[in-house]
Design a protein around this ligand. Structure first.
Ligand SMILES: Nc1ncnc2c1ncn2[C@@H]1O[C@H](COP(=O)(O)OP(=O)(O)OP(=O)(O)O)[C@@H](O)[C@H]1O
Ligand SMILES: [Mg+2]
Length: 310
């Protein structure tokens, strides 16, 4: 039996996917065997985990659960179009550098002293550490969880830059030298697949497509996140969501919507699902007008059939 994880980098890795499944459950994340296995492998092989899947299936939440389990800091890099190394890795704090220089000049110091001050400008003191640098150069003895969220939103150049960091976990800052490399962070990369991520990046990672949960697991997730909802209602909602996912909608509901819907139905004081309640609460589960119209026209009957046929 291995010791429990801790933020300390000297922790022991889990011994089996089962151990991972159990630990994630204890941290409020209900995984299936496939995901637990790939998490186990990514931890023990010390390789980044690349998660793809529809919106709201629990990709980001997995990184949070991992951080909570390993008692580590969660360092999140949210990607977006145009993100570059100064936002992801480091930059110099120009304003403070300028103030530092000005105050040295104003104090009427000799030229040689000013030169010393100039040298100080490119020291740790004026370095702004962004998420990637914090992850590859954490406090001694710490192994953080680095979440690179929604990589598909970033540009190609940024991906190429990430490749280098993910390969050797070091960075060379011209003024300071090489930083990092002492500890391999636990890395989770997520994508909603709005575009394909390059093979070179994928090759560095272990890959898993996160599916919508199957019925029993989704019921468990509802029971966990919305404990006020009865077992029966949780089952009905999970069946209803399953039916919606089969209706060819533009945005099928994810687990996030299932949780919202369950909360909403609970707040409406309903103990079972009926057509009227579904109609009234559709806005918590479908966020596109076309999807709502479509379901309001024929979908509700399909939902009720799925719920009643169980
Ligand atoms: N397996 C799970 N166990 C427990 N909660 C879950 C699980 N999957 C999803 N959730 C819940 O669903 C919500 C949405 O999950 P999350 O934000 O991780 O989705 P995502 O895949 O990152 O979506 P997006 O692509 O929109 O960012 C969270 O509030 C989380 O609590
Ligand atoms: Mg997410």
């Amino acid at each position: 039996m291995s010791r429990p994880y801790s933020g300390n980098s000297m922790f022991e890795f889990p011994n089996s996917p089962d151990e991972v499944l159990k630990a994630l459950t204890e941290n409020d994340y209900l995984s299936d065997e496939g995901l637990a296995t790939v998490v186990f492998l990514s931890l023990t092989m010390q390789r980044p985990l690349f998660l793809e899947g529809d919106a709201g299936v629990g990709k980001t939440e997995l990184a949070k659960a991992l951080a909570s389990w390993t008692d580590s800091e969660l360092i999140r890099l949210q990607c977006y179009e145009g993100i570059d190394s100064s936002q992801a890795l480091y930059e110099w704090d120009y304003t403070r550098q300028l103030l530092h220089l000005r105050s040295a000049e104003a104090s009427g110091r000799a030229q040689t002293e000013i030169e010393v001050v100039e040298d100080e400008l490119y020291s740790e003191r004026f370095l702004v550490r962004r998420p990637l640098l914090r992850a590859i150069d954490p406090a001694p003895g710490k192994r953080p969880v680095l979440l690179i969220d929604e990589i598909d939103r970033a540009d190609d150049e940024f991906e190429a830059f990430l490749l280098e960091i993910l390969s050797d976990h070091t960075v060379t800052i011209p003024e300071l030298g090489t930083i990092g490399g002492a500890v391999t962070p636990i890395v989770v990369v997520t994508s909603n697949r709005t575009r394909d991520v390059h093979d070179a990046l994928k090759r560095r990672c272990l890959y898993h497509w996160v599916n919508h949960p199957e019925l029993e697991r989704e019921i468990e997730i509802i029971r966990l996140k919305v404990p006020d909802v009865s077992n029966r209602l949780a089952r009905q909602i999970a069946l209803a969501v399953g039916s919606l996912r089969g209706q060819g909608l533009y945005k099928p509901p994810g687990v996030a919507e299932t949780i919202d819907w369950s909360t909403a139905i609970g707040k409406l004081g309903q103990e079972t699902l009926n057509e009227e309640t579904i109609r009234l609460s559709l806005g918590t589960v479908l966020k596109y007008r076309e999807d709502q119209n479509r379901v309001a026209e024929q979908g509700i009957e399909m939902i009720m059939a799925a719920v009643e046929n169980e």
